[in-house]
Structure formats: C-alpha cells, structure tokens
Design a binder for this molecule. Structure first.
Ligand code: ADP
Length: 270
C-alpha cells in the first residue's frame, strides 16, 4: 500500500492552537451539519494543527493521509490482501473513518490524481455513502464521520487545481500566515522564546515573504520561524539559526540563497 496513513494518536496534553479568525466557529458549524471542509493555505501556516485542535474539541479521532501522485483509490478505500488463510479485505483509512466515525484528513489533496479523488464525491454530498465495489458493500457514513481536505494553492499548483465538481462540495476555509501580533505569540509559545526575539523573527519573515523571488516555491512559514526560534532558544547564534531554518530549506540556488541571507543580515543588523 503506498498511502502514508497515520492515525494521529490523541495527544496527552491539549493541542495548542491560536485562532486567527472565525475558523473554529465555521468548522464546528460544518461538522454539526456533516458538511465536508476544505482548508487552503500555504505550507506551514497551521492547517494540520487546526484539524488536530478541532478533532480534540469535537472528541473525534483523525485518520490522516498524506496525498501524492501515486495515491490510488484503493489506498484510500482498501483492498484485498493475501494472508495465511487466503484473501481478506483490509479497510483503507477513508473506509475506517466512514465505518467508525472520526475525521479523515487528506493533506495536500491536490497532489492526488483526479480519478482518485472521485471516490470522495458520494461521501462529500448529501448521500454520505461509500460504495465498495470490491466487497459489494454500500457503506453509509457514521454520523461522526467528517471529511477534511487541505491544499496549498501556491503558484506551482495553479495548473493542477481541484476539479470544480469536487471543490463545490466543500465548505472552504482560506488560511494564511497569521497577523504579526498573533504569529509572534505563536512563535514565542511554540519555540519557548522571549517575545522580543519572536517579534524579530516575525518581522524578518514579513521581509522574506515580500521578496519577489519567483523561483522560490514556498516562503518563510510559521513552521520555519518556530524551528529557527527553537534553535535560538537552545543557544544557537540567530544568524546561523536563520540560515539553517529560513534560508537553506527554501532554496538550493546560490543566488537566491544570497538574496535571502542579505535580508536576514539586514534584519538582524549583522
Ligand atoms: P500546515 O499543515 O499548514 O503545513 P502546520 O499545521 O503543520 O502547517 O503548522 C506548522 C506549525 O506551526 C505547527 O506545528 C504549530 O507549531 C505552528 N502553528 C501554526 N499556526 C498555529 C496556530 N494558529 N496556533 C498554534 N500553532 C500554530
């Protein structure tokens, strides 16, 4: 099976999530009405954390699938396997969530082939059913089943898009990097960093995000800021931490790297 499905264990301590708008109320209303949710936004802006937080609030398990272009419908739905006693059916992560209830979270759904995402259609409208051709079953989704998908609509993905017939079924939430004040709180809390240093990192991220580098596929995300903050709070020199976490992960191109590091140096006053 090529899907990387993860049943996210319920964490021991509460999931920390700082809301940035009405997303909690919208998600709860969608879940109450059994409407599937689509979350779009750049990598590392808090989409997955939000889903984990909402799962905890709603008391549901999360079955996460990291989508990729080899993902087949069978990876989601399940397949027959051969065991010691002959063939047997094994549910995929989608089918498990449909039977048992819980959130099935398809991360980066845009990476999956369109013929794979078509299996979601009867689940994502009023029917809420999953026909299993291989077993002849026609599963009605558990009342607590909720389909959640996310993707990054960055320029690399513009051509891929999501089929209009797929996207029209979802309640869509647009995520972006949090405001500077909120992002400073998040970085300080997640990296256990003092507020002034967190604010400096967030200011630097703002400058990096404004850079008009078209060969950069992604920008300095909240996740990368937290990584830099964690290194700094462990005593790593800020310039080194920013190169390791905010510049090197974003590019392999020497000229682009130098442009990023110019911004970093100017911002840190080095
Ligand atoms: P995405 O799924 O969008 O790629 P994640 O949800 O993995 O991004 O976010 C990356 C990290 O950023 C999280 O692990 C968390 O530490 C932090 N983060 C982002 N947004 C928030 C938020 N609103 N509240 C708390 N932490 C956040």
């Amino acid at each position: 099976m090529s899907a990387i499905a993860v049943d996210t264990p319920r964490p021991n301590r509460p999931v920390h999530y700082r809301p940035c708008g009405d997303e909690v109320a919208v998600f709860e209303a969608a879940a109450d009405n059994r409407l599937p949710v689509l979350i779009k936004g750049p990598t590392g802006c808090g989409k997955t954390r939000f889903v984990e937080y909402m799962a905890e609030r709603l008391g549901r398990d999360v079955h996460t699938v990291a989508c990729h272009d080899d993902l087949t419908a069978a990876d989601l739905v399940g397949r027959h396997l051969i065991g010691a006693h002959g063939t047997y059916w094994q549910d995929g992560p989608l089918t498990r969530a449909v039977r048992e209830g819980g959130i099935c979270y398809l991360d980066e759904i845009i990476e999956a082939r369109k013929d794979t995402t078509v299996v979601l259609h009867p689940l994502a409208d009023d029917r809420r059913i999953l026909p299993l051709d291989a077993t002849g079953e026609r599963l009605e989704a558990h009342p607590d089943f909720l389909l959640v998908v996310s993707y990054n609509p960055g320029y690399r993905n513009l051509m891929k898009g999501l089929k209009p017939s797929t996207r029209q079924r979802f309640v869509a939430l647009a995520f972006d990097y949090p405001s500077a004040a909120v992002e400073t709180e998040i970085v300080a809390e997640e990296a256990r960093l003092d507020r002034d240093t967190a604010a400096q990192l967030v200011g630097l991220a703002g400058a990096l995000r404004r850079l008009d580098q078209h060969d950069l596929e992604e920008s300095a995300s909240t996740r990368l800021l937290i990584h830099a903050g964690r290194l700094i709070s462990r005593g790593v020199n800020p310039l080194t931490a920013c190169e390791a976490c905010l510049a090197q992960p974003l590019t392999d191109d020497a000229v682009t790297l130098e442009a990023l590091m110019d911004v970093v140096r100017a911002h840190l006053g080095e």
